[in-house]
Design a protein around this ligand. Structure first.
Ligand SMILES: NC(=O)c1ccc[n+]([C@@H]2O[C@H](COP(=O)([O-])OP(=O)(O)OC[C@H]3O[C@@H](n4cnc5c(N)ncnc54)[C@H](O)[C@@H]3O)[C@@H](O)[C@H]2O)c1
Length: 366
């Protein structure tokens, strides 16, 4: 879409093309995925604006030297259609982003993740934004045992986080029409390096433990299935969705990952053991976590033929080791609150930097 500024002159109006690139708003731009996604979208020629309330900005594990877009410090719950005018697409990542965080306060989770996301989609539709890419999750499949789930399988969410993902998919799909095309990307569990690292996701957590303590004691017996996907591959899927013809991705639900990256937790630990050979790994006897699912990733390769996953758990484990060596990561960094999302939000609540509705409180430091 071409945005045109018309400058009035004494003679005739002069039309200056400001941008003929696709204008994309990325919510959650300063999160784990967002801080890898926004540089990638800029590199692929999109005109990008970021938005993030900044819960985890206190943590920046390393400098990647990449250009980033201007990013607004706003809560998505305050956005109106007026704020979204002029965008061609919204990529919506900004939510409370994992199970423990959401179990901690399910009511707030529904307000932010379910109601907040649906309100954002409505505002986008009212503003004439034609594409809405939603970061859903394979966790909607829940306790699936050994069966392989496809996009046509019935969801069976086990947690408030996963239940909200399902509700957002349902309610945003109901908004779809000829002018508004949502796409639902059900990402597998992410791993890999991002400047806004998360150490509360399985592979990154195990890698950090291996590096800082030389010991991994798992409560799980290692049998649950957990599909993984590298953060760069998630970002590749988002870019491919934005680049695909709208009719190819409109109202599509796509599992994001690769069939070869369905791992048992034990195999993830083994990949860590290969990359960190001095690390001792022990398994427990399952501590009641019944989330286990294998997922088929056939559909995304049909709908987005250019998409492929470049990363495996082995390669990701080696990447984490190279990163820790590069920055000489020490234990206080590994355990710093911003890298464990629940710990950081608890800290912000305890110190009253955010209120019980998760809005920042104003504090006069003058
Ligand atoms: N990382 C994964 O394994 C994974 C897997 C599947 C789906 N997802 C989904 O992808 C999205 C991004 O995940 P992530 O790992 O980057 O999470 P993250 O927690 O690192 O990033 C989320 C970002 O959103 C921001 N945010 C949260 N609530 C907000 C609000 N109300 N207003 C404005 N900003 C807000 C946070 O400050 C944070 O920077 C989430 O929706 C998550 O559920 C992630």
């Amino acid at each position: 879409m071409e945005n045109v500024v018309t400058l009035k002159s004494a003679h005739k109006p002069l039309a200056v093309p400001v941008s003929d690139r696709t204008r994309v708003l990325v919510t959650g731009a300063d999160g784990f995925i967002g801080s890898v996604l926004t540089p990638l979208l800029l590199e692929r020629g999109f005109d990008v604006v970021g938005l993030d309330t900044g819960f985890y900005r206190a943590g920046l594990l390393y400098h990647d030297g990449k250009d980033r877009p201007a990013t607004l410090t706003r809560d998505v719950r305050t956005l109106t259609a007026k704020d979204l005018e002029g965008f061609d697409a919204v990529v919506h990542l900004a939510e409370l982003s994992n199970d423990p965080l959401c179990q901690h306060d399910p009511k707030k989770t529904y307000e932010i993740n379910h109601l907040g996301s649906v309100a954002l989609a409505k505002a986008a539709k009212d503003a004439g934004v034609s594409r809405f890419v939603y970061a859903s999750s394979c966790s909607v499949y829940g306790a699936a045992g050994d069966s392989t789930k496809t996009e046509a399988s019935d969801p069976d969410p086990q947690t408030a986080y996963a239940h909200c993902k399902m509700l957002v998919e349902r309610d945003v799909q109901a908004l779809a029409d000829g002018g508004f095309s949502p796409t639902f990307l059900r990402n597998a569990t992410a791993f890999g390096a991002s400047p806004r690292i998360r150490f509360d996701i399985v592979l990154n957590n195990l890698a950090g433990l291996a590096w800082t303590t030389g010991r991994i004691s798992m409560t799980s017996d290692g049998t649950p299935w957990r599909p993984l996907v590298h953060v760069q591959d998630i970002c590749g899927a988002v870019a491919a969705t934005l680049e695909a013809p709208r009719e190819a991705v409109a109202s599509q639900v796509l599992n994001v990952g690769d069939n070869d990256n369905n791992y048992r937790v034990r195999q993830i630990a083994e990949a860590i053991g290969e990359a960190f050979p001095n690390c001792k790994i022990e398994f427990g006897n399952n501590a009641g976590d019944n989330r286990s699912y294998r997922v088929s990733f056939d559909k995304i390769h049909q709908v987005l033929p250019g998409f492929r996953c470049a990363w495996t758990a082995d390669r990701g484990a080696r990447q984490m080791r190279a990163l820790f060596e590069h920055i000489a990561m020490a234990e206080p960094e590994f355990n710093a609150p911003p890298y464990t999302r629940l710990r950081q939000l608890q800290r912000l609540l305890e110190t009253k930097q955010i209120n019980s509705d998760f809005y920042w409180r104003q504090h006069d430091l003058s």
